[in-house]
Write a protein that binds this ligand. Structure first.
Ligand code: MG
Length: 330
C-alpha cells in the first residue's frame, strides 16, 4: 500500500510518501515570518505557491506517479484555519481527480506514531510539545488508537512561549531554534515556576521574562532561564504522570522535542526513574508529510476511508476527539 501524506497545520507545507510503513520521501517547504508571528493568510499563500512543486519533488524522489498512490492522508488539525484549508483542498482535489481513498489525520497522533515507529517504543507515556500545544498523553487501555490528555498547558503552548519571547527581544526570525542558540551562553535568572498537578501555565513566565528584558537584563541569560524553567516544569508534570500511570517508557515528540536541552533533562529523569526514553530524529519532530502518511496508513487499516465530502478542516481537533471523527457513521 502506498500513501501520500500532506502536512499543512501551520508554517510548513510538508509532503511525504510511505510504502507499507516504509518512508520513501519526505520533502517540505517552510513559511518563515520575519519580524512577526504566523499570519494565516501569508501561510496559506505560501502553501498554495509551493504545493505543486513539493508534490512533484516527492513523487520524483519516490519514483512514483500519482496513479500509483493508493491513499491520500492529510493533516486535519489542530491547526490554523487558512493554511489547513489549502492542504485539505489539495488532498481532496488529488483524491477526487485520481480516484483515491482519502483520510484525515490528527496532527499529534501522527507525531506519536512516527516516533513509536522510529524508536521501536510502543504504549509509552507521551510528552507532546509544539508551538500551539503542550500535552501529556496516554493511550486508552482498551483501544490503543485513542488517547487521553492527562496533563496540558492551561494557557499557551511551550513553543509559543519561546516564539513570543523571541519577538519581544527583537529576534528577526523568532523561532525556538534561534533562542536555543542564544541560551547557550546564558546564566540562570530566577523566573516564576508554575505547575498545577500535571498541568502547566506559561504566560506568567513569559510576562516576567519580557519585563526583565525591558529592564535591560541580558537576552542570553533570559533565553537560558526561560528554557531551564519551562523545561523543568514540563519534566515535573511528566514525572508525576509517569508515577501515576506506572508506564515504563516515555517518548517526547513535536517541534520543541528537537531541543537538545529538553531531551537531556528528560533522559536524565528517565535514567533516574529507571524507565526507557525515546525521541525521533529532528526531521520527524518538525512538521512533516511522512508522519501524516505513516499515521494515515495505520488509521485507514483500522477504520477504513471516508468519502471526500466527509472531510473538513478541524482547527481545534484535540487528540482526545479522534473517537468522534472515526466513530461517526459514514
Ligand atoms: Mg507539529
Amino acid at each position: 500500500m502506498i500513501t501520500l501524506g500532506i502536512e499543512c497545520t501551520a508554517h510548513t507545507l510538508g509532503i511525504g510518501i510511505v510504502e507499507d510503513g516504509k518512508i520513501v520521501s519526505n520533502i517540505h517547504d517552510i513559511y518563515r515570518p520575519i519580524n512577526e508571528g504566523i499570519l494565516p493568510r501569508k501561510a496559506a499563500d505560501h502553501h498554495s505557491e509551493v504545493f505543486a512543486r513539493v508534490l512533484s519533488e516527492n513523487l520524483k524522489k519516490a519514483n512514483l506517479k500519482m496513479d500509483e498512490i493508493d491513499l491520500v492522508a492529510f493533516s486535519q488539525g489542530p491547526g490554523i484555519g487558512a493554511p489547513l484549508a489549502v492542504g485539505i483542498s489539495g488532498a481532496k482535489y488529488l483524491a477526487a481527480r485520481f480516484n483515491k481513498k482519502i483520510i484525515g489525520v490528527n496532527h499529534p497522533y501522527a507525531h506519536i506514531k512516527i516516533t513509536e515507529h522510529l524508536t521501536g517504543l510502543k504504549n509509552a507515556l507521551v510528552l507532546y510539545v509544539s508551538g500551539g500545544n503542550t500535552q501529556i498523553l496516554v493511550n486508552r487501555p482498551k483501544n490503543h488508537h485513542f488517547y487521553h490528555v492527562i496533563g496540558e498547558t492551561l494557557d499557551i503552548g511551550i513553543g509559543n512561549l519561546f516564539d513570543t519571547f523571541g519577538r519581544a527581544i527583537g529576534l528577526e526570525y523568532a523561532h525556538g531554534s534561534v533562542l536555543e542558540q542564544l541560551a547557550k551562553n546564558g546564566k540562570y535568572v530566577e523566573l516564576p515556576y508554575t505547575v498545577k498537578g500535571m498541568n502547566l501555565v506559561f504566560s506568567g513566565l513569559l510576562t516576567h521574562a519580557e519585563q526583565f528584558a525591558k529592564n535591560g537584563k541580558g537576552k542570553e541569560d533570559l533565553a537560558y532561564s526561560l528554557m531551564e524553567t519551562s523545561f523543568a516544569m514540563t519534566c515535573e508534570a511528566t514525572e508525576r504522570a509517569l508515577f501515576l500511570t506506572k508506564k515504563r517508557t516515555v517518548i517526547v515528540c513535536g517541534g520543541v522535542a528537537q531541543n537538545k536541552r529538553l531531551q537531556q533533562m528528560l533522559r536524565t529523569m528517565c535514567e533516574e526513574d529507571n524507565v526507557q526514553f525515546g525521541v525521533a530524529a529532528d526531521e520527524f519532530n518538525r512538521d512533516n508529510g511522512a508522519m501524516i502518511a505513516y499515521a494515515g496508513e495505520i488509521l485507514y487499516k483500522k477504520f477504513g476511508a471516508r468519502p471526500v465530502d466527509y472531510w473538513k478542516p478541524y482547527t481545534n481537533y484535540r487528540i482526545d476527539r479522534m473517537k468522534e471523527v472515526f466513530g461517526k457513521p459514514h
